[in-house]
Design a protein around this ligand. Structure first.
Ligand SMILES: [Zn+2]
Length: 217
């Protein structure tokens, strides 16, 4: 597989984009003591033209699909139902440390793998369904599973633009729905004001990483 030359740059203190990401994360944080270690680094992802094109192609696909349904979903028709979501992940390498913005090639370093090759429903699957995303940074942070005891492993949140498309909700028996046509994503948990707290994207192409927030260990 050819390596993609995706770039990341650090957003330093005082950068306006950094302030926005901090506000997004904090505003959606549902516990005051969340992420006790605190934010170590915030990186901006500079996606390749090809990746952006694929994301837009996927959006068009979802819109076309929505236009053929007898019941009209205005958001799907307008922009494929684009949402801002959080995906919990881990960093194994020195990405973000001492200003390092080079991605490693380890398959175990989830953030670098996602940034290089994109999301994979096989690797990022939750219950065999799709790529898990949360509407709050707190919920995404809680979803991070640390299996091995690697002390250098850091938790990270990937802030993503996602094309949610037609959302199936609420999920009771997820396994029964997988493979059924018509839906682009599945709601795991629906919160107050019927906001979708947990959303599984059935296609890895539905996610575009924008920022990576790396937390202190
Ligand atoms: Zn890495």
């Amino acid at each position: 597989m050819a390596l993609m030359s995706v770039l990341v740059t650090e957003l330093v203190e005082g950068d306006s984009s950094r302030r926005i990401v901090e506000i997004i994360c904090r505003a959606s944080c549902n516990r005051p003591d969340n992420h006790s270690g605190g934010v170590e680094r915030i990186l901006k992802v500079h996606n390749m033209q090809k990746t952006l094109a694929q994301f837009e192609e996927y959006r068009e696909l979802v819109k076309i699909k929505a236009s053929k349904l007898p019941k009209k979903h205005p958001r799907c028709l307008a922009d494929g139902n684009e949402l801002l979501r959080f995906h919990g992940s881990t960093v194994e390498c020195s990405l973000g440390m001492k200003g390092s913005s080079s991605l490693c090639t380890s398959d175990k370093c989830r953030v670098c793998r996602i940034l290089r090759y994109g999301f994979s429903t096989k690797k990022e699957l939750s219950d065999g369904v799709g790529v898990f995303t949360a509407s709050t940074s707190g919920r995404a942070f809680d979803s991070i599973q640390v299996l091995d005891g690697n002390p250098s492993l850091r938790k990270a949140l990937i802030v993503c633009r996602v094309i949610a498309g037609r959302v199936h909700r609420p999920v009771e028996n997820i396994q029964d729905i997988v493979g059924q046509s018509g839906f682009d994503s599945l709601a795991g948990k629906v919160g107050v004001h019927s906001s979708i707290e947990e959303l599984y994207l059935l296609s890895p192409r539905a996610l575009l990483p924008c920022f990576v927030v790396i937390y202190k260990t």
